[in-house]
Design a protein around this ligand. Structure first.
Ligand code: AMP
Length: 208
């Protein structure tokens, strides 16, 4: 099964992906995680992406598209993949469709995680991320529960950047809801609930 997750920053895409990927053998393709790894490793891509990410801006399309294309060519994506954080705008969505059709593959579902803005702001302010494995947790996690690594607050989860990211989501990413509804593959999940309830609903919506 090939899926993508849609939703504002803080809607719970990373957390749902962590659960679904483990349970159903899907390759998790998080462009945010891939870009953060590139920044951490100081690769050319990382150097190009860093400033945009710190400001909460979208990284230029071509950089992210190349990254996703490369990842989709890897064998672990063949049985099924879950895109998380990509596409973020219509150019990326259209490019993804044509890339998948060239590969003889297609998207089965786009899952929209719906949450009100107050919840998003509360969640992002409390969110902490593992510096080593990228696990998404909360400010109550002293160390990463998966690998024991250091938990830190992403620069783009600080209040001044959150506002910008939400505006970009509204303007550039939210039109994709209608794009995928039009393709008949949109599933909407109420994500203003605890992790377990969202996971159960998502599984139901996907017939898993
Ligand atoms: P995320 O972890 O998905 O919230 O992504 C963190 C940051 O990485 C975003 O604020 C963007 O700067 C960048 N990013 C991630 N995915 C994309 C994408 N599909 N297009 C452009 N920039 C992206």
């Amino acid at each position: 099964m090939n899926l993508l997750l849609l939703g504002a920053p803080g809607a719970g895409k990373g957390t749902l992906a962590q659960n679904l990927v483990g349970g159903f053998g899907l390759a998790h393709i998080s462009t945010g995680d891939l870009l953060r790894a590139a920044v951490k490793n100081g690769t050319e891509l990382g150097v190009q992406a860093k400033g945009y990410m710190e400001a909460g801006e979208l990284v230029p399309d071509q950089l992210v598209i190349d990254l996703v294309k490369e990842r989709l060519s890897e064998d672990d994506t063949k049985p099924g993949f879950m895109l998380d954080g990509f596409p973020r705008n219509t150019v990326q969505a259209v490019t993804l469709d044509s890339e998948l059709s060239e590969l003889g593959r297609e998207l089965d579902f786009a899952v929209l995680l719906e949450v009100p803005e107050e919840t998003i702001i509360r969640r992002l302010s409390a969110r902490r991320t593992c510096r080593d494995c990228g696990y998404t947790g909360k400010d109550t996690d002293a160390v990463c529960p998966v690998c024991g690594g250091e938990m830190y607050q992403r620069d783009d989860d600080k209040p001044e950047t959150i506002k910008n990211r939400l505006e970009i989501y509204e303007k550039s990413t939210s039109p994709l809801v209608e794009y995928y509804r039009g393709q008949g593959i949109l599933k909407v999940v109420d994500a203003d609930r605890d992790v377990a309830a969202v996971y159960e609903d998502a599984k139901k919506a996907l017939d898993l």
